[in-house]
Every structure is written in C-alpha cells, then in structure tokens.
Ligand binder design. Structure first.
Ligand code: G4P
Length: 537
C-alpha cells in the first residue's frame, strides 16, 4: 500500500486477465497473404511446428476429411479453429476462418466470436470482392478492424491510392500507422508514425527475420540511409499525410469507423512484428455481448459463453464432436458445472480443451475472450448459450438461407438410418442445412457453395460408412417463414405443402425454383415474412 496513489484504479486478477486478452480473426480475399501472416504470427508466438501445418491446409487441395487424416498422422491440429499464444504480455486468440469461400457461413459465425479483425490486402489489388463481403459482416457488429497492406516487396498501388481505395470501397476512415518507403525492388522499409522512426526492410530468405535499424527522418541520417530521392519522397509524403490523413483515434477505431493501417511484406516477415505489437497495444480487450434480455459484461463474476462452431472429432471412430465456446463473462474452471440453457441441463465440464499454439491442452481455467472446446455427442448446437444458471440467450449468431440444393440418394438401401443420422449430425455442425419435408422422406440438403456437398459426401462415406449420391434439384432459393398471423401462415403452408420443409430447429422453410418465384410468393403473402437470414434459435 504505502505510497501508492489512492486514486489509482485497482484491477482484480480477473479484470487484469480480461484486459490482456485479444481475440481476433483474419479476413482477406484468397491469395492476399492470410496464411503467410498466420504463420508469421505463430512463429512470434513460439509455435513453429504449427506454421507448416497452416500452409499444408491452405493449399485447398485437401478436402475437410483429408485434414482429419493429416491431423491423425501428424498428431497436431491442422484444422484447428483457434490458435492461442502470448505476445507482449497479451494472451492472443487467433480464430481461424476457413479459406474457401464455400465455407463463408462458418466464417460469418467465427466473426461473431471475435473482438476485432485483421484485414489483409494484396497491395497491388486493394480491396477485393471477398474482403468487401467480410467487412459487411464486421460492420453488423461494428467490429474494429486493423488493416495490413501486404506484398510491398512487389509493385503495388501508390500508398495514397491504396488508402483512397480502402476509404471509398469500405466507407471507413484510414489512419496510417506506418508508411512505406518505395515498393517492389525499391522497397526500403517503413516509417513508423507512432514511434517516429524508420524501420528498414531487408530482402531476406523467405521467412527469415530481418534486421531492424532505427533512424530519425528529420535528420540527414535519413539521406545516408535511404538515398536522396527516397528521403525527399518520404518527407513529401509525410507532409501530405499531415494534412490529408486522420491521426489514429482509438474511440473511432473501437466503433469500427476508423482502421489503423500498416504496410509490409508478410513473406519476408517485414512489418508483422510492428503489427502484432500494435495489436497488443491498441486492439480491444473482450467486449460486452448482447443477449435477448440484457448486455453481459466480461467482468461479471458468473460464467457465460456461447457456441459459435462445432467440429467433428478428429478420430472418426469416435462420434463425439467439439463445441467451441467463446467465454463472454466469468471464469471457466475445470470441473465446474455449467447450464446448457437450451436443454435446461446442468453439466460438469472436466475435459474442456484450450488451444495453446504448441499443443492442445486441457484447460484448468479460462477467461472472457478465451475459447474452450467441449466434447459432446450432439447435444450441443451452434448458437447455444452456457451459464451458471441464468436463462440467457446470446444474439447475433446468423444462419444464411442456402442457394444450392441437392437430394441425397442412398446407394445402399439398408443404410437409410445411418444416412439420416449422418446428415443430421453434419448439419448440426453447420456443414449444410438439412430440410425434412412435411410429407415423405426426401431429405433436402442446402448449402452456399458446392464444395460443401463434396465434403459431406466424403464424410458420410468415411465416418458413417454410407455411400450416397447427391442429385440436383430444381430449387434455387429457400426462405424461413415467420408470421404474427398464424392463420396466414397456415394458409400459405397448406397451399404450398410440397415446397415446405422443416430445418433442424423445426423452423418452417419454403423453397422455390427461382428468385422470381420466391419474390412473387412473398408479394402475394404480405402477412408472411420470408427470411433470408435468421438468428440461430
Ligand atoms: P491466402 O492465405 O490469403 O490465400 O494467401 P497466402 O498466404 O497463401 O499467400 C498467397 C501467395 O502470396 C503465396 O504465393 C505467398 O507466398 C504469396 N505472398 C504472401 N505474402 C507475400 C509478400 O509479402 N510478398 C510476396 N511477394 N508474396 C507474398 P504462392 O506462390 O501462391 O504460394 P507459395 O508457392 O509461396 O506457397
């Protein structure tokens, strides 16, 4: 106590653990450098072994079932959803998002479990289509976004042009944190606008860490270091920046209105450490979360969390699955009792996993912002809430109406039970939507991308020993039905019975052959809502 200021806020251990957590995901267009950056981040976190696995996975040449095979062989998790490591006193949780765009629904859900996102751009291309789509998702919750303009060791857009591209396309203000000196073969490094120093780039062998030297740009030492013309250009740029760009503002950043921007070259490990340092320094700690009844603050003592992802067991001979729970308040302690709110059951959780980048370990304790993995046999679903007893339901975990539809046809008629079980379990993992017709047995499978069907087909064979063929259907659109007028809903269902299905949560769903037909049905039935996105019930 002694001389300590009486006004200094005293942080409990619990609050300190929350304050040092950073939970984020990387969003990017394919090929911008997400895998490369992930690897470099893991190297900083001391997880060298994992880094190669990330690349193996990225190639996209593997189907999901191959990952499971690879994981078994290597004894490590390739398709791990979470990588946790320490940096600069922070406990960092990097949530992986599937690379292939067919898995975008999974990606959207992962983004509900983070407190910030790292946007990686290919600096020759600026903002591309998929980045744009993912940013829209971030915007739904005003998720703070940090930007990394990658590949400055190649010819890139002029940095001012790049900022303009980001600001116009994403409608977000840019606050450069570093500034590139040259590009391509003339790329010399970046000026760090926060530390007011120059960090030199050296084209080193791939992945090797380069030397960092610091120089004050206001002194003649800059000319000695980068040459006359680069020094002149940098000074001009800095002058322009002074008038043209906004200074970093943490409040605007936290509101998702401003993005701090970094430049570098991930493959040469240049600019990544600065990025990570700033992440530890500026990115938000775990934030409050909305439920249907109230906001939950991370510092609340009682444990709460929600499930944002389900993954099949790595070992197909075990049918259990891992539910990934994002902790939103309180503290997880091994063996504690948690209430699974949807079923009302209390469960003792002894075997939750955490995801330290070196290895999967059993969690003794975990804090808000952390992800724990809980084994189960199918009782837990995406969107489920866990508490210490309070009947809460977290909001904002979306499900999207599929756009592609197939019918599963059994090749072995004796296996129909296994088929239904397999389809149900895979659908519960969020691999696709499964629809049961009001009449009959013809299950319908819906997905956003055709790769999902391939994955399901191979997993049915590998894990359930069921050979099935997926046949085309005439359907192109599905909408969940909802109405405040039960009679209007009943009438619509009655008139369109052959096109009405129930999803896994028993929600009524209408399918149509064309978007036009869907719109027409919606116009003709104004008392019925036709929903394209739905919060998971
Ligand atoms: P992704 O996960 O976002 O799809 O991108 P990934 O990291 O796999 O990078 C895509 C390609 O861009 C890779 O090349 C990678 O080596 C390259 N790359 C990443 N960062 C940089 C960088 O800073 N500078 C340059 N010049 N290239 C970069 P590839 O040829 O597709 O793969 P590989 O042969 O390197 O494995």
């Amino acid at each position: 106590m002694g001389g300590a200021s009486v006004n200094a806020p005293v942080m409990s251990n619990h609050e300190a653990e929350i304050a040092r957590r950073r939970t984020f995901a990387i969003i990017s267009h394919p090929d911008a450098g997400k895998t490369t950056i992930t690897e470099k981040l893991l190297l900083f976190g001391g997880a060298i072994q994992m880094a190669g696995a990330v690349r193996a996975r990225r190639s996209g040449k593997f189907a999901a079932s191959d990952f499971i095979e690879i994981e078994k062989q290597r004894g490590i998790s390739v398709s791990t959803a979470v990588m946790s490591f320490e940096h600069a006193g922070c406990a960092i949780n990097l949530l992986d998002t599937p690379g292939h765009e067919d898995f975008s629904e999974d990606t959207y859900r992962v983004l509900t479990a983070v407190d910030s996102a790292l946007m990686v751009l290919d600096s020759a291309k600026g903002v591309e289509a998929r980045t744009l789509a993912l940013m829209e998702v971030c915007r739904l919750r005003d998720t703070p976004v940090i930007t990394f303009c990658n590949k400055f060791d190649r010819e890139a857009l002029e940095p001012f042009e790049l900022l303009d591209n980001i600001e116009k396309k994403l409608n977000i203000q840019c606050a450069p944190m570093t500034w590139p000196i040259g590009m391509g073969k003339d790329f010399q490094g970046v000026y760090d606008l926060i530390d007011r120093s120059v960090v030199f780039y050296e084209a080193t062998a791939r992945g090797r860490k380069n030397e960092i030297v610091k120089v004050d740009p206001a002194t003649p030492a800059l000319v000695d270091a980068v040459g006359e013309s680069a020094a002149r250009k940098l000074r001009e740029d800095l002058e322009l920046l002074d008038g043209a760009s906004a200074p970093f503002n943490q409040t605007q950043f936290f509101r998702g209105r401003q993005t701090p921007v970094f430049f570098g070259s991930a493959i040469n490990n240049f600019g990544v450490k600065e990025l990570l340092d700033s992440f530890a320094r500026f990115a938000p700690a775990p934030q409050p979360r909305a439920t249907t009844t109230r906001f939950v603050e991370p510092a609340e003592p009682a444990f709460t969390g929600f499930v944002f992802k389900i993954q099949a067991n790595l070992d197909p001979s075990h049918r259990d699955r891992m539910a990934f729970i994002r902790i939103t308040s309180g503290r997880y302690e091994r063996g504690m009792k948690m209430r699974h709110v949807r079923s009302g059951r209390d469960v003792a959780v002894n075997n939750a996993t955490t995801f330290l980048a070196r290895e999967r370990t059993l969690a003794e304790e975990a804090f808000p912002g952390d992800i724990i993995g809980v084994h189960n046999h199918g009782a837990i679903r995406i969107g489920d809430t866990f508490t210490e007893g309070e009947a809460l339901k977290f909001t904002g975990i979306p499900s999207f109406a599929p756009e592609l539809f197939r019918r599963a046809r059994l090749l072995d008629p004796l296996k129909s039970k296994s088929l239904v079980k397999g389809l149900e379990q895979l659908a519960e993992e969020g691999a696709a939507q499964l629809y049961r017709p009001l009449d009959g047995q013809d299950y319908l499978l819906g997905a956003l991308g055709s790769l999902q069907f391939d994955v399901i087909q191979s997993r049915l064979a590998a894990e359930y020993n069921v050979r099935a063929r997926f046949e085309d259907t005439p359907f192109q659109a599905a909408r969940w039905l909802r109405s405040d007028d039960p009679q209007a809903l009943e009438k619509f269902v009655h008139q369109n019975r052959d096109r009405i299905y129930r999803d896994l949560s028993d929600q009524l769903t209408f399918v149509a052959n064309t978007d036009w037909a869907m719109n027409y049905a919606a116009q003709q039935n104004p008392k019925v809502e036709f929903l394209k996105t739905m919060e998971i019930a």
